[in-house]
Design a protein around this ligand. Structure first.
Ligand code: FUB
Length: 346
């Protein structure tokens, strides 16, 4: 996969026209999942490191080992506080490597950190770890969530107190290897093996309700279908709009907004539905491409204002796997559509 053409970028100029600055700069962070807990913003990011792994289409260079939790009193504060180590892969009995994008949820004063990691067989699973403090440290369950697979968990609490997990990612996220319900390990070196053809429906993100204790799936995960303007499922070849990874859900004025990354075309997009399972109808772009290959976000309200938490690779001057988290206000127009954000001014 080609990296974005960064050789010609003047990073001083880019930072001058960026709409927001890195929230922390002493470590690299990405995939920010933000929530308001106890009146503060808590951000659950990936903690990027340079482990020296080769850059490939499976994302082997994303070799993260642990999580740090960040917090802010207000989303427009210029700096976030780093609460230090919250969970390390060596303390997770079932996990071996690649602690990718996490999320968190709160219930009855307990905090739950959801995270994907590869098990000893190289299969991505999703685990959960628990703490009495939103900043951790978190104590992991001894096994991954039963029936979990792929990456990028995002947990949404609906107004009726139900919690749903949205997850999945293609290519290195392995979603395409689960098309018949079991893991297909063939051609592990090819990220596109087992993907549908371009004229077939795209692979779907997954959704499952969680059990009351938030530790397991209460049901078998099901497809979250994204329809086009004619009511037909988006096609795999529709790479500007089809799901790749980075699920998120927010609810605005009674509607459900499922947002996601298009991966190799670098957009953050969204689709609107009437219930947590969908179907959802594609509605547009949230964020134009950032510097770096990946784009991953969360959408969180604070004091009645929506904010987009996202990342780019500006802090590392364009290194794909060394990213930095950022935040900017997000607006819905009078029809409920999200106003597309350009991460850098013209
Ligand atoms: O951070 C590792 C992976 O990169 C995430 O899980 C994906 O969403 C992408 O941002």
């Amino acid at each position: 996969m080609p990296e974005n053409p960064i050789e010609h970028i003047d990073f001083d100029a880019l930072n001058n026209c960026a709409i927001s600055a890195p929230l922390i700069s002493h470590i690299y962070t990405a995939d920010p999942s933000a929530h308001v807990f106890n009146g503060k913003i808590y951000i659950y990011p990936s903690h990027d490191i340079d482990a020296g792994d080769a850059f490939d289409d499976l994302g082997s260079h994303f070799a993260m080992e642990d999580y740090h939790v960040l917090s802010m009193d207000h989303p427009l504060d210029t700096v976030a506080k780093d609460h230090g180590l919250a969970l390390h892969v060596k303390d997770v009995p079932w996990a071996k490597k690649q602690m990718w994008a996490p999320d968190a949820a709160e219930k009855d004063g307990k905090f739950y950190l959801y995270f994907p990691a590869k098990d000893p067989e190289g299969i991505f699973r999703i685990g959960v770890a628990v703490s009495n403090d939103p900043a951790g440290p978190f104590v992991p369950q001894s096994e991954a969530i039963k029936g979990s697979f792929s990456i990028d968990p995002a947990v949404f609490k609906d107004d009726d107190g139900s919690y749903y997990m949205y997850f999945g990612g293609i290519w290195g996220g392995q979603l395409q290897r689960w098309r018949n319900g079991t893991f297909n390990a063939g051609s592990p070196e090819s990220p596109v093996a087992f993907l549908p053809a371009d004229n077939e429906p795209a692979l779907c993100p997954q959704v499952a309700k969680l059990t009351d204790n938030l530790l397991e799936f209460a049901e078998t995960p099901r497809d979250l279908i994204i329809l086009d303007e004619e009511g037909k499922p988006l096609l795999q070849g529709d790479t500007d709009r089809r799901f790749f990874e980075a699920s998120w859900m927010h609810k605005h004025e009674g509607k459900y907004y499922f947002s996601y990354s298009t991966g190799d075309t670098h957009y953050l997009c969204y689709a609107i539905g009437d219930n947590p399972y969908g179907p959802f109808t594609y509605a547009g772009r949230i964020l134009e491409p950032v510097v770096g290959w990946t784009s991953h976000h969360s959408i969180c309200a604070f004091n009645g204002q929506w904010y987009l938490f996202y990342h780019d690779s500006s802090l590392s001057k364009g290194v794909t796997h060394l990213r930095c988290v950022k935040v900017t206000p997000l607006e819905h127009d009078e029809k409920g559509l999200i106003k597309t954000i350009k991460p850098y001014r013209d």
